[in-house]
Design a protein around this ligand. Structure first.
Ligand code: TXA
Ligand code: MG
Length: 317
């Protein structure tokens, strides 16, 4: 069996109804989707990704109204955020109803919910009478996919279908927000930034987390990581060997000659850098390099989220 790549919504829906996994496009990254109410379908996701059981899945719905069906409480601030940012790159952690199995939430009483901003996937969700559990469609720990070819590269013999929705327009995973005493707490940075949340909610905190933090299971320090060693540039380097690569923010350092290079955004646009980061890491990683040097981007707005992914991809494995 080899995965088909196409845009047939009826076929994608039928496979999902049959309990199979299908890769779906979203504005952040591609997801590996299955029926979120079916524990054996969810179990397949873990198996295909080789994902540890303690790492909960995000559940995708077509609207805030649908989201409300799967939670026991939707705090005021969650509602404000949902109204402002859904559909969009924001996941809200809320207390789950019993219909969402523990296999999806890794035993937690909460569920991560999001309405993705992508026409095809929204249409698909509207066709189905169940929500879709979907982590990023990559083997656990590797760089997330931002187009159908990325998914095919790694999961071609493990899934029947990849719904092709073009390039992901955001390019890094959603912002994850939980609520502690009613106050929003950012567990994972993304395109919806702390400033944007503060603007509509007032109070907000960002909680850096790792595997040792029970509030954000699965947020490993090392993640989003290619096979090559990734090294963040902290000083001027003179030479990059032919078995090494260099990812620059806007341009290569003056006078540097590099065979394997990638520029995140020649125009210095942080959104473009977010959109292209994973494609750049994959492109260079496919060359079998031993090391990829990478520059951080300016730490402003979505830049902080891009840097978060760069740091995780460079963290000790
Ligand atoms: O942009 C995205 O969020 C993409 C697309 C496909 O929607 N999905 C994604 O899923 O990035 P994944 O599996 O790679 O990340 C899921 C993370 C978990 O590792 C965990 O940190 C957090 O979401 N999460 C999920 N449910 C949670 C819960 N109930 N409590 C705390 N964290 C949760
Ligand atoms: Mg992931």
């Amino acid at each position: 069996m080899q995965a088909l790549i196409d845009t047939d919504l009826d076929l994608a829906a039928q496979l999902l109804i049959d309990g199979q996994c299908v890769a779906i496009p979203t504005e952040t990254v591609y997801g590996l989707a299955a029926n979120a109410l079916d524990k054996s379908a969810a179990a397949q996701i873990f198996k295909i990704k080789d994902r540890p059981e303690f790492d909960p899945l995000i559940v995708h719905v077509d609207s805030m109204r649908s989201a409300m069906k799967w939670v026991t409480d939707f705090p005021d601030k969650a509602e404000v955020l949902a109204r402002r940012f859904w559909p969009g790159p924001l996941t809200l952690i809320l207390p789950k109803r019993k219909e969402i199995p523990y296999e999806v939430t890794s035993g937690l009483e909460t569920v991560g919910l999001r309405v993705p901003l992508h026409d095809l996937t929204l249409q698909l969700l509207e066709m189905l009478d169940f929500p879709l559990a979907a982590p990023s469609a990559n083997p656990f720990g590797y760089v997330s996919p931002t187009n159908a070819d990325h998914v095919f590269d790694q999961l071609r013999d493990k899934i029947p279908y990849i719904l092709d929705g073009g390039e992901s327009q955001i390019g890094i995973e959603s912002t994850i927000v939980g609520f502690e005493e009613g106050i929003p707490v950012i567990y994972r940075k993304g395109a919806v930034t702390e400033e944007m949340i503060a603007e509509v909610c007032g109070d907000v905190r960002t909680q850096d987390h790792s595997i040792s933090n029970p509030k954000a299971p699965g947020m490993l320090t090392s993640h989003y990581s290619p096979h090559a060693d990734v090294e963040i540039i902290t000083r001027f380097i003179r030479q990059v060997r032919d078995n090494e690569g260099y990812i620059a923010w806007k341009e290569l350092p003056k006078g540097m000659e590099v065979k394997n290079k990638f520029i995140l955004s020649p125009t210095g646009d942080l959104y473009e850098a977010a959109r292209r980061l994973y494609a750049g890491l994959r492109l260079l990683d496919r060359k079998g390099l031993v090391r990829i040097f990478i520059e951080l981007v300016p730490e402003a707005g979505i830049g902080a989220s891009v840097n978060d992914r760069i740091r995780r991809s460079a963290a000790e494995k």
